[in-house]
Every structure is written in C-alpha cells, then in structure tokens.
Write a protein of this length. Sequence first.
Length: 197
Amino acid sequence: MNLTERQKEIIEASIKIISEKGIQKLTTRMIAEEMGMTEAALYRHFKNKSDIILSLLTQFEENVDSFFRASEKSPDLGLEYLRKNFRQRTEMLSSRPHYARVIFSEEIFQDDPRFAEKVLQIMEKHRSLLLKILSGAKEKKEIPDNLPLEQTALVIMGSFRLLVTRWKLCRFQFDIKEETEKILDFLLKKILQGEKL
C-alpha cells in the first residue's frame, strides 16, 4: 500500500486516538481536530473512518510481510532468527507503545467483519512465519524432531501476546524488551531445547 506522508500522519493520529479513547470514540471530526484540519480536508486523503482503519491494519500487515520477506532471504532460519524476529517486534512496540494498545486489542475490531478478517489475516501471517522459523530450527536439529510445531507456535504467540497485554495494563511501566528476552530464554532453552527446569 502506497500511502502519502499525510495519510501516514492521519493513521498515526487515529492510532493515538484509539489507544487513548477506544475505537468507538474515533470519529472523522476527532481525527481532523487532532490533525489540525477540517473534515473536508481529511476526506481528500481517505473516503471515511473505515478506510482509515483498514489502512491502519494494512500498514501493520505490511510490517509482518516485511518480516516474512526477510525470512525468505535468510539462509539461517532457526532459534537465533526467532529471537531476532521478536527483538525487532519489541523494538517497534517499545518505540511506539500506542501501537500495542491498538494492534494487540483484536476485540476492538470484531464488530466489523472487514476488520476482523484483516486481523485474522495478520495473525495467520504471524503463525506462518513462526512455523517456517520452527521448521528451520527442526532441520538444524536445534529442537527435537517430535516437537509439534503447530502447538509450539501457539504457545510462543500466546506467551508474547499475554506479555504485551500485561505491558499495556501496567501502562508500559516495565521494559518490554527485557521481559521478552526472559520469556524467549525460558521458551527456547527450557521448552524447545529440553533443558531441565
């Protein structure tokens, strides 16, 4: 999706409003006020509020796609790549905490089937990428052959999502990068590689 700089600014303003007030309070009037423009000027950039939200989700989906493209070029898929992938995600979230309030709150998108479908697509792309990385780790003998990849991917995704939810509820008061490293250490060493607890 090729967005203009102004469209990107509008999306950022929308994310800020959603993270502070919730998606139900997001109106084109409120976005226009946040941007210091008229509603008529806003409509030159987006058709309506739904168009803005879909663009927001598409932009996040493209971030996931860039991780996927990078994995296709990497000859070294495995546990270290998994760690690198999660480091990149937490780096992005720690620099933009309001993204976490929006992107990791699927329930705010469930009332509109288009939004729910887009969120599901994003989750499926995350899952596919994780399965690809875990398959690489299995080929490299970094994890046991009998480890079920689908369930392992679900445990890793669930752990990360719960950590981000906790971080949001704690009003971003702890270091998400540090906590992600601790969880990855536990998951990778104790669970995936079978070290004794």
